[in-house]
Write a protein of this length. Structure first.
Length: 417
């Protein structure tokens, strides 16, 4: 059966995507929305996407011209792996066919229960739908651009300039962990990963909770210039021809002088998972907070066009602002210091000054430490991962099933006391 028809038969609607994100955010019917929703409205007003940030009140024709100029700017500064509609597109058509085949099978078996917005972390994905990397290994890839921005951020005595560098760093790093259309392997409880980066940075990751899945991490910069630490968890759901991912947790970037910046979480969406060009998008708001210096930077992905009915840029386009705010009243608008504009697959600018471009490179290499042995629990020792590397799917599936059964049995023992 045609996947589009399967969705129609099940009655899946776009509203269920909203319901999923709100449920995972803790925003339901009758509940008060978080301060971030108030901040979003203020940011959109002050950033210029629907206000006068870029040059005063303008006519509809003038706004439409600005919309066209933004689209042209975004499309002319774009990574070769970018999707025309936004984000990163799948590069391997064979991979797309394989993923769709497996998801279609799961859809027929689980029906509407699979797609009604529930958290899908309890669903076991077939090994054919997985890649030979664990979630810990994907997370470690984020550090590839740190050496280009964070040493300068650590040396800066200007808190606002430090925050600009940090935002630019994490925007640049987004493409490093994108493009994962085959599902990473879920780490088992106690699984670890040790990584050395070419610039001297070292990372240590561990799966510290099975249900919900929580990954804890520490990345130490060279010369103890900075430490990036925290924990992450996520929920997975489905919408109309989409797979949804809600990120949560705590991420802190701490510098040698004691300065700290809280790194928030945007949302992720894999679009056209059954038909159309499969791609990965990042949506929502992303907030970076330096509470000590009363600074906050917020970027909003996929803002609406300025003119009514105007042409929208790809969804990877973002606008935002760096502002001074009162940490005791985070829901209130702050005082704007810089405007932010860019595309996470293209460029980042503060007040039209470019801080990153997709052609900047190369990223710092990383891998398993060579000067010391890693723990037996390291992700690189997983049997299913290494069988997948050899394309031995039978052994990989057997090992994956064994690990999952072992996890369930150990969880029952813990619950039994």
């Amino acid at each position: 059966m045609d996947p589009a028809q399967e969705f129609k038969d099940l009655g899946i609607t776009d509203d269920e995507e909203k319901e999923f994100y709100e449920k995972e955010e803790g925003i339901g019917a009758g509940k008060k929305k978080s301060w971030l929703h108030s901040v979003h409205k203020g940011v959109m007003k002050r950033s210029g996407s629907i206000g006068n940030f870029f040059g005063g009140t303008k006519t509809s024709n003038g706004l439409a011209e600005e919309d066209s100029a933004i689209v042209q700017k975004v499309m002319s500064n774009r990574s070769p792996v970018a999707s025309e509609n936004g984000g990163v597109r799948i590069q391997d058509p064979v991979q797309a066919t394989m993923v769709r085949s497996v998801l279609s099978l799961m859809l027929r078996q689980a029906g509407r229960q699979l797609l009604k917005g529930q958290n899908m972390m309890n669903v076991s994905f077939p090994i054919e739908c997985c890649q030979p990397k664990s979630i810990l290994e994907i997370a470690a890839m984020q550090g590839g651009y740190f050496n280009k921005f964070l040493p300068s951020a650590a040396a800066s005595k200007d808190p606002a300039e430090r925050l600009r560098l940090v935002v630019s760093c994490f925007v640049a790093s987004m493409t490093l962990t994108s493009g994962n259309f085959l599902k990473p392997l879920n780490p088992v409880l106690g699984e670890t990963l040790q990584v050395d980066y070419e610039d001297g940075a070292k990372a240590y990751l561990e799966q510290t909770c099975h249900h919900p899945p929580v990954s804890s991490f520490l990345l130490e910069g060279p010369g103890a210039l900075y430490r990036y630490y925290g924990y992450t968890t996520f929920a997975i759901g489905f919408g109309m021809n989409k797979m949804l991912l809600k990120n949560r947790g705590l991420r802190v970037l701490e510098f040698a002088d004691g300065g700290k910046i809280d790194i928030g979480f945007p949302d992720d969406r894999w679009g056209n998972v059954f038909w159309g060009e499969m791609h990965h998008e990042t949506l929502g708001d992303w907030v970076f907070t330096d509470e000590q210096n009363k600074l906050r930077a917020t970027i909003s992905f996929a803002p609406p066009p300025k003119a009514k009915g105007g042409k929208s840029p790809p969804s990877d386009y973002f606008v935002g602002c760096l502002e001074r705010f009162d940490p005791s009243e985070p829901e209130k608008e702050g005082t704007r210091m810089s405007g932010i504009e860019g595309s996470w697959v293209g460029f980042c600018e503060f007040d039209s000054k470019r801080t990153w471009h997709h052609s900047d490179g190369p990223i710092v290499a990383h891998g398993t430490p060579r000067d010391r042995a890693v723990l037996p629990s390291d992700s690189t020792h997983r049997g299913d991962r290494n069988a997948l590397l050899r394309k031995d799917y039978k052994t990989a599936q057997s090992e994956k099933t064994r690990l999952e059964n072992q996890q369930r049995a150990e969880r029952k023992l813990r619950e039994a006391g």
